[in-house]
Design a protein around this ligand. Structure first.
Ligand SMILES: [Zn+2]
Length: 239
């Protein structure tokens, strides 16, 4: 005759096993793994963006420095030209010196403008790289948001199932003594989540071992309501 308490304990265990599976599923969501990968990729993209940004900033600073220098040279040149053509300077040697100065300033300006052009050319691929990285970063952001939504949907779904299992377990365990539940839970922790097993065809369905004839006989003879345990694995046996 089946013992209703032990049948209830088997039901508790069935719910506990479903809970174990649901928790495992919740922890190992493929989308959460993907989200972690995308987050890692975002961090790498940010590092690259920072490096490219620093390079672009450096080029900009160099460009501004050259532009300032060109402006200063331009002012100097205008000043020299004014004196050269202003009529105030008459001495040929002074005029020649001024003319040479104007030429030297023009040469220097041309050289700086060439450098400036090189800098601007060097900045182009850096800007293109930054734009490509920004675009990639936006894509990754969108993907991360999408995955986060999927993860929370899956979690909510699983949490709903977990709540239903918890309610069903509470109902199944209502009539079981706290001592028996405590023993069962202790066994479950120690024995891969299975604390109670049905005895079927002389075998313990927890560890799948056949009980020796003497033990089997003792188990069968135990008075109803006795809690018997499989000597080999320690699990509670349900006759
Ligand atoms: Zn066993």
């Amino acid at each position: 005759m089946p013992d209703p308490l032990l049948e209830a304990l088997l039901e508790v265990q069935a719910h506990d096993l479903v809970v174990d599976q649901l928790r495992h599923r919740r922890e190992s969501l493929a989308e959460r793994r993907s989200l972690r990968e995308v987050t890692d990729e975002i961090r790498r993209a940010d590092q690259q963006l920072a490096a490219v940004g620093a390079r672009a900033h450096e080029l900009e600073r160099a460009q501004r420095r050259l532009e300032d220098e060109v402006t200063t040279l331009g002012a100097k040149r205008s000043d020299s030209e004014r004196r050269l053509y202003g009529g105030g300077v008459q001495a040929p040697r002074e005029l020649q010196a001024l003319s040479q100065e104007v030429e030297a300033l023009a040469r220097r300006t041309r050289a700086l403008e060439d450098e400036l052009l090189e800098l601007m050319e060097a900045a182009e691929p850096v800007a293109a790289e930054a734009a490509a990285l920004e675009a990639r970063r936006s894509e990754l952001d969108a993907e991360a948001v999408r995955l986060a939504v999927v993860v929370s949907e899956r979690e909510a779904e699983i949490d709903g199932l977990l709540a239903a299992e918890a309610a069903a377990r509470a109902e199944a365990s209502a009539g079981i003594s706290s001592e028996l539940l405590a023993t069962y839970e202790q066994l479950r922790r120690r024995l891969d989540g299975v604390g109670v097993a049905r005895l079927e065809g002389g075998r313990c369905t927890g560890c799948h071992l056949a009980l020796p004839a003497v033990e089997l006989d003792a188990v069968r003879r135990a008075p109803p309501g006795t809690i018997v345990r499989h000597e080999e694995c320690g699990r509670i046996l349900v006759r």
